[in-house]
Ligand binder design. Structure first.
Ligand code: PLP
Length: 425
């Protein structure tokens, strides 16, 4: 019977799957899902939820255009190795990404995850100094930033989940948030925050800074919205110090922040941008490391291959590129970036009255990333649990509750998310 099948599936999972970021030994009675449609997802017991928890959801579940293009590409040519050849979609996608970004950001290296993207970006940034006769190794980052799980990417962070004695052999200066998260989004926070970065850049004159690496929105670090003017201010500081600016748009790009990229919205030209999640909307694994021509062209000086010594067998996977192109078509045709900005504003307006009631200490957003900051992580967990009971999936990062609906969510869906949030908070 189907009950037996589900029991067996749960048992196999419990015995054999090593779940990411999960405690050992806990009886993971966590949900097991079976299928989805739009912004709804159904578990194996047939219970339906509204999903505002998937950080990478652009087109929601089972979007017919994405499914069709991805399937057709798998049937035509699943992939070829980009280190010795190419397929048509790699160029089509790289050109599309360049069209969304400021002029000099013209060259995209494809990898499979955000973490790999940062390994590549840091290799690029450190090599760039060598190529220009100005070798530098130090990296400046947010202590509460999260760029990934690899040894190199996790070395930029001091979040408890990132800390590890095995660290990249690079000097890293980490900037602590100079104000509480709920104060950082205010314009008055800008000089304080920039001062902290200026101090980090100047911290060790014997180790000049190769790159400053930041997220425009600290996701894992607690749903932190940064003050307006942060990226332009940081660009100026980097220019003064001769450091590259590397922006982590793994979460924010492709509509989520209310624009195709947060850097475009801020009018800033970084040297390297790493983006991933929304690019395929979860239909495949793909990340894009887009660099300026100057960073790219410098690799002609590499002594071994005259290029970047980095890549993976599945870099720029053709099926993933098909999913990305289909996703971006939907984002453009349905104006999902503008819609994200509008829906985020609608949601915050409805939720703002919660501020100061119960355990809610702040309501904030970037695009369609809506954050309820609670007084403690336990209070945030309680909100997520209550919402789940009511059929709404949310996300917790520290003491922040994040509502991240797919960008294709309609007005009715937004009303349901709001209803669930108001009941749970
Ligand atoms: N950067 C940010 C802002 C993220 O949110 C994440 C993932 O959660 C990463 C980087 C790492 O990406 P991945 O999980 O694809 O390795």
């Amino acid at each position: 019977t189907s009950t037996d099948r589900i029991t067996r599936a749960r048992e196999r999972d419990r015995r054999h799957v090593w779940h990411t970021w999960s405690p050992v030994g806990a009886d993971r009675a966590g949900p097991m899902y079976s299928h989805g449609q739009g912004y709804r997802i159904t578990d194996v017991d047939g219970r339906e939820f509204i999903d505002a928890s998937a950080l990478n959801s652009t087109c929601g579940y089972a979007h017919p255009d994405v499914v069709r293009q991805l399937t057709e590409q798998a049937a035509r040519l699943q992939h070829v190795d980009l280190s010795i050849s190419s397929h048509e979609l790699a160029g089509a996608l790289a050109e599309r990404l360049a069209s969304y970004l400021p002029g000099p950001l013209n060259r995209t290296l494809f990898v499979n995850s955000g973490s790999e993207g940062f390994d590549a970006a840091i290799l690029m940034a450190v090599a760039h100094g060598e190529h220009t006769g100005d070798p530098r190794r130090r990296i400046v980052s947010f202590a509460r930033g999260y760029q990934g799980a690899t040894v190199l990417s996790r070395s930029l962070s001091s979040l408890p989940r990132s800390r590890h004695p095995l660290r990249a052999p690079l000097p890293v200066t980490q900037v602590e948030l100079p104000l509480p998260a709920h104060e950082l989004r205010r314009p008055e926070a800008l000089p304080v925050l920039l001062e902290a970065f200026a101090g980090a850049l100047a911290a060790d004159p014997d180790e000049p800074v190769a790159a400053v690496v930041v997220e425009p929105f600290l996701n894992v670090g607690g749903g932190v919205v940064l003050p307006p003017g942060f990226l332009p201010g940081l660009r100026r500081l980097c220019d003064d110090a001769g450091a590259l600016l590397v922006v982590d748009e793994v979460f924010t790009a492709y509509g989520r922040c209310g624009d195709m990229y947060a850097v475009r919205r801020a009018g800033v030209t970084p040297d390297i941008v790493v983006a991933s999640k929304g690019l395929t909307g979860g239909y495949s694994a793909l990340a894009a490391v887009t660099a300026t021509d100057a960073v790219h062209d410098g690799f002609a000086a590499d002594p071994v291959i005259g290029g970047l010594r980095y890549g993976h067998t599945t870099s720029g996977h053709a099926v993933a590129c098909a999913a990305a192109l289909a996703t971006l078509d939907v984002v453009e045709k349905e104006h999902l970036a503008e819609r994200a900005e509008h829906l985020g504003a609608v949601m915050v307006e409805a939720l703002a009255p919660l501020t100061g009631t119960g355990e809610v200490i702040d309501v904030r957003r970037l695009g369609l990333i809506v954050v309820l900051e609670m007084s403690t992580p336990e209070a945030a967990t309680a909100v997520v649990d209550r919402a789940r009971h009511g059929g709404l999936l949310l996300r917790r990062q520290g003491s922040a509750v994040l509502a991240v609906p797919p960008l294709i969510i309609d007005d009715e869906g937004v009303a349901l998310v709001l209803q669930g949030l108001l009941a749970a908070a």
